[in-house]
Design a protein around this ligand. Structure first.
Ligand code: PGA
Length: 251
């Protein structure tokens, strides 16, 4: 059976006081769920806080981005070894907000995934099409190109140590969730693409759906055959919502 995962993506939200309540709540309530791994990807300044609160819980923590090089004169950037220093297990790479707002292309995303794997952390590799691309009928080409660039860099072996998140851009933060069947169709397509490289890796690959997942729609999405959990933005900032989504993934 594939590992199921629910990861919160806090984006650029939070402060010490609010985070403390949220982290303590997640540690107390999400730890006991079982059958699903739970994690939170917090802004860099709060990694220390996440580690302090979550260290003795079953909840993992991680970052939302990283630089692809281990060190150097890159003012304002954060390296993979720094994330290791803070006990991170996961790093989101290629989120659509990074791709569009910060101009990250497929090659850069692949380089970041590779750097994360070199340090034994798990990249959560995001792929997804824009509304224009979906309406233009090129969803499969877009997500396939995004994933193939990463496989080209890290190989199918690297992919077996990664998590893939399908996040249609038009569903992120918009309240418009993909219908479970729509999401499932893309997940099945991507798993098929991986199977062309290696069927075992394809069958074992944890694939998350992201984009306006809430407690109210999580069970229907996670009930689909190829959806193994979620990458949760807005709803991960609400303790009750996030815990309910984690429970939905546990089935
Ligand atoms: P959302 O964000 O759940 O707020 O739509 C998901 C994401 O961007 O990872």
């Amino acid at each position: 059976m594939r590992q199921r995962l629910v990861a919160g993506n806090w984006k650029m939200f939070g402060n010490c006081a609010q985070n403390q309540l949220l982290l303590e709540g997640v540690a107390a309530r999400a730890s006991a769920i079982g059958r699903v791994s739970c994690a939170v990807c917090v802004p860099f300044p709060y990694l220390h806080q996440a580690r302090s609160v979550l260290a003795n819980s079953d909840v993992g923590w991680g970052a939302q981005n990283v630089h692809q090089w281990p060190e150097g004169a890159f003012t304002g950037e954060v390296s993979v070894p720094m994330l290791v220093d803070f006990g991170c297990r996961y790093v989101i790479v290629g989120h659509s907000e990074r791709r569009t707002l910060f101009h990250e292309d497929n090659q850069l995303v692949a380089a970041k995934a590779s750097a994360v794997l070199e340090h034994q952390m798990t990249p959560i590799v995001c792929v997804g099409e824009s509304l224009e691309e979906r309406e233009g009928g090129v969803t499969e080409q877009v997500v396939s190109r995004q994933l193939e660039a990463v496989i080209g860099k890290i190989g199918v072996d690297g992919l077996s140590r990664s998590v893939v998140a399908y996040e249609p851009v038009w569903a992120i933060g918009t309240g418009k969730t993909a219908a479970p069947e729509q999401a499932q169709a893309v997940h099945a397509y991507l798993r098929g693409q991986v199977a062309e490289h290696d069927d075992n890796v394809a069958q074992g690959l944890t694939m998350l759906y992201g984009g306006s997942v809430k407690a109210a729609n999580a069970a229907a999405l996670f009930g689909m055959e190829d959806i193994d959990g979620g990458l949760i933005g807005g709803a991960s900032l609400n303790l009750d919502e996030f815990v309910a989504i984690c429970k939905a993934a546990a089935g």
